[in-house]
Each structure stands twice: as structure tokens, then as C-alpha cells.
Design a protein around this ligand. Structure first.
Ligand SMILES: [Zn+2]
Ligand SMILES: [Zn+2]
Length: 226
């Protein structure tokens, strides 16, 4: 299917968060020359509640994605959700975001029968960076939207493969080795923090992607949107 809209929801709706989400979509639209349809909807609080762990005081994002897959996935929207609560994934203390890609790094599309999209938590960014959380959040949005669209492309020489000698940790796998690209991993040894990466890339590279990933983004976005 083409031109499937995003359902965008915020656990605590705010004009500020809404504005940053819009900046991320507009950036991708400008780069790719496609229009990405999106509807702002209410969050499904029962789904959020059943994925929340009171003992950890965090949302389990893998449970949340499972709930989204089975509870109301109808194949007609992509997800973009923003939580205020802290979030974790399997084997992690916390995660900023978790994306189920719509395009694989080789450019093939994921079947429409799976719920796809990105879920974010702004909890850590707000805690680490206080009033300055907005730029790292914008970078995180762009990074995850890049994953959704199949970035970094596996045809990129900077693509970090499994067991790649350039990998600084397992978390580098599936990311881009280029410092000028949003698809570089952050917050692991030898990579920048979310804040330093945002400062660096917003100053040095207006497109926010390396050339190879930018070309793949254009190609892949045009497979999904006109
Ligand atoms: Zn990533
Ligand atoms: Zn790249």
C-alpha cells in the first residue's frame, strides 16, 4: 500500500513536542520531495498501562510493540508515539526509542501485515538536558525515522555489519560509521552523546545524512509515499 498515514500520539500532548515532531517530518519531506500524511490521535492508554512495569517505573517497549501488533493493528497506519515515562527494551537499562522498520537496509519493504513505526521516550533527554532536550530529541526523531525508511543502507561502505571490526559495541550494529550522518550510533564508547551529536551535526551537515544514506532515503521514501 502507498501513502499509509502515520498515527502520531503523545502520552502527554504538548505543542512543543508536536512542533519538534513536525520539524522532523518536514525535514524528511524536504529531502525526499514526498508528502508524508500524518494524523495526531489520542494515545491508547490501556495499551500503555499494560506495558508499564510499576516495579521498574518504566515502560517495556517490546511489550508495547506486541500490544500494538495484536490489539489494534489494521494495516492502515504507521505508528509514531512519544512517551513521557522512561522506557526499556530487552537487556537494556533504558532506551530513547524503538523502531520497527518498514524498509529493510537492503531496500526491500516489510509486509503491510506488520505494525511498523517508532516509539520514543523523552524522559531521559529531559532529565539529562533540562531545557536543552529539544535538539537531541529532534536528532533522535530523524535517526529513528531513518531506520523506519531502511537506513543506513547495507550498500553503504560505512554500514556497520554484525561483528564488524569497526563496531565499538554490539549496539553499533546496523548503524552508520560516518560522524556527519544521523545514522551513527550515540551514547556508547567512542561515539558522541545525544547532545554532542546533535550540536555537531546540526552545525556541520544541514541534510543530517551522509550522501549514500540520503540517496537511499530518497529511493525508499518514494516506495511508500508520493
Ligand atoms: Zn539506531
Ligand atoms: Zn550514513
Amino acid at each position: 500500500m502507498i501513502n499509509v498515514p502515520f498515527s502520531v500520539w503523545m502520552e502527554r500532548p504538548s505543542a512543543l513536542t508536536h512542533g519538534i515532531i513536525e520539524r522532523s517530518f518536514s525535514h524528511i519531506e524536504r529531502l525526499t520531495d514526498v508528502r508524508i500524511p500524518r494524523n495526531y490521535v489520542n494515545s491508547e492508554d490501556s495499551l500503555l498501562k499494560s506495558a508499564y512495569s510499576p516495579s521498574r517505573k518504566q515502560t517495556d517497549v517490546s511489550t508495547l510493540w506486541q500490544n500494538l501488533q495484536k490489539s489494534f493493528w489494521d494495516g492502515r497506519t504507521y505508528q509514531l508515539g512519544v512517551l513521557e515515562t522512561d522506557m526499556y527494551g530487552p537487556g537494556t537499562n533504558f532506551v530513547y526509542a524503538a523502531t520497527i522498520k518498514k524498509v529493510w537496509p537492503n531496500g526491500m519493504l516489510v509486509s503491510d501485515k506488520f505494525a511498523t513505526g517508532s516509539i520514543f521516550s523523552v524522559y531521559r533527554l529531559k532529565n539529562y538536558y533540562d531545557a536543552n532536550w529539544q535538539e537531541p530529541f529532534l536528532l533522535t526523531l530523524i535517526h529513528e525515522e531513518g531506520h523506519f525508511f531502511g537506513l543506513p543502507t547495507s550498500s553503504n561502505l560505512d554500514y556497520i555489519k554484525e561483528n564488524d571490526p569497526r563496531a565499538n559495541s554490539g549496539l553499533d550494529f546496523g548503524h552508520c560509521d560516518n560522524r556527519l550522518c544521523s545514522m551513527e550510533q550515540i551514547d556508547i564508547p567512542n561515539r558522541l552523546s545525544a547532545m554532542n551529536k546533535a550540536k555537531y551535526i546540526f552545525q556541520k551537515n544541514p541534510s543530517l545524512f551522509c550522501n549514500t544514506d540520503l540517496e537511499a532515503l530518497k529511493n525508499n521514501a518514494r516506495k511508500l509515499f508520493e
